[in-house]
Design a protein around this ligand. Structure first.
Ligand code: FES
Length: 115
């Protein structure tokens, strides 16, 4: 699934495999996302989901104490949902992109490789 990250200095996108941590997918793709602990405790990787879907693998992570709004997530503890997790809808046209097919995130931090 495609992840689009908007930082203060630009926007980058990368692919994230189902079940892969968003932080790991970004780093693997050369996008220098902000992080420190990568264990869910510091909150440095906080980002806000602006569209699409992501799932938290640790909903009680201590780093969540820095959340300010619904939609905030920790990229080190959030994964791309599996395609099969997207609910089906009879009203949905086959060509429509379900929000689970991608996610857009915003981070207040500066991405060192965003241009
Ligand atoms: S990098 Fe510390 S909570 Fe994600």
């Amino acid at each position: 699934m495609k992840i689009i990250v908007t930082a203060r200095n630009g926007t980058r996108d990368f692919e994230c495999e189902p079940g892969e941590k968003i932080l790991h997918a970004g780093l693997r793709s050369g996008v220098e996302l902000p992080y420190e602990c990568a264990t869910g405790t510091c909150g440095t990787c906080k980002a806000r989901l602006t569209s699409g879907r992501a799932e938290s693998e640790w909903p009680e992570a201590p780093g969540r104490k820095y959340f300010k709004a619904e939609g905030d997530l920790l990229t080190c503890q959030s994964v791309a949902p599996s395609a099969s997790a997207a609910p089906s809808s009879p009203e949905r046209d086959a060509g429509d992109a379900w929000p689970g097919d991608g996610a857009s995130l915003a981070t207040a931090a500066r991405s060192r490789s965003a241009r």
